[in-house]
Design a protein around this ligand. Sequence first.
Ligand SMILES: *[C@@H]1O[C@H](CO)[C@@H](O)[C@H](O)[C@H]1NC(C)=O
Ligand SMILES: *[C@@H]1O[C@H](CO)[C@@H](O)[C@H](O)[C@H]1NC(C)=O
Ligand SMILES: *[C@@H]1O[C@H](CO)[C@@H](O)[C@H](O)[C@H]1NC(C)=O
Length: 351
Amino acid sequence: MELYRVQQWRPKLVLLLLLLLLRVWGSTCVNLFDLSARVAPLNGLMLHYYKYNTSCTNAEEFVQLIVNSAWKADRSVTAALLRLLYSDCFVTGCDASILLDGDNTEKYAIQNQGLRTNGLYLIDDIKKVLEARCPGVVSCADILNLAAKEAVALAGAPKYPVYTGRRDGLQSTAQSVDLPPPDVTWKQALAYFESKDLDVLDLGTLLGAHSVGMTHCSNIQDRLYNFNGTGRPDCSMDPNFLAQLKKKCPPGSKENKKVYLNPASGRNYSFESSYYKRVLKHQAVLTEDQQMITTSDGIRIAHEFAAGFEDLRKFFALSMTRMGGLGVLTGKQGEIRRNCRYTNANNPHLK
Ligand SMILES: *[C@@H]1O[C@H](CO)[C@@H](O)[C@H](O)[C@H]1NC(C)=O
Ligand SMILES: *[C@@H]1O[C@H](CO)[C@@H](O)[C@H](O)[C@H]1NC(C)=O
Ligand SMILES: *[C@@H]1O[C@H](CO)[C@@H](O)[C@H](O)[C@H]1NC(C)=O
């Protein structure tokens, strides 16, 4: 009798367990790319703040016009602005602290050596125009966020919503720069993102910014000749691609030339899913990029975006908005700088 019961139960139990397993597996699978479950917290910002809440109603249109003409002259501004935005938002929040000049400010940290001056000059140009029209109204932090959106859209990404109303920070020190070096492992990069309240999908998605831009040979020298202290190249690299990169970045060269982060888009500076295709083919330039396919989440992200450009566009838009909300100053915090390179107290032209 007892035996009979147990036997009756067994198939049911197995079925139940199977269903449970499927549920768990299914839910983790779906969750990673469930757009509706992801949010970009407002953190006190709002859509079209300048239009609805200030006298500078056309601020966004001016940013768009100026970025448009800058991009037509030099498409690399997209990479420059993306890099500036990342360096700003991840370090002490999106408070334009990366733009401050002075002894030992964030821009002089070793991790920020690759910052391009064309992005900084473009921000100066936009600020000048806005100060002439509506002095003391539009923050440098918002200008950087709005300009990056325009430049990225021109490169092929969507026009994601940029919430505005940020104010500018008063401090910037090189010591506060905790950006990881380009040869981090995926685990280290993820820990860094999580320390800023972003997640694995933000990491995999925002790395798509490496669809455009360049890097110095010095950033990949170890990868080509002495990976992780082994005295040999990174064996995860496609051998043909390794040979190409070695040619461009010969050992011990003092020139420190630059190579495209994504040779498939190269000088077009176009935002595309080819970056993920190359990662899957072991043809990523930076260790950081190639590391993506060392974990199952990373592999799934790379496959998803390599196969679906529209998915990439959607998730990139959301992750950019999430990044743009990091550590923002609003209300009476900080100030509206009159010149993005100086706090108002240190501005030589205001004395
Ligand atoms: C913008 O203006 C609206 C309406 O006047 C107001 O309710 C809201 O608090 C303002 N938002 C900010 C961030 O100033
Ligand atoms: C480099 O080596 C260290 C220790 O040997 C290891 O923990 C680390 O994961 C390696 N890095 C990469 C990118 O393989
Ligand atoms: C850039 O765009 C042109 C025209 O669309 C295309 O022929 C070329 O393959 C693209 N890629 C590179 C790396 O130049």
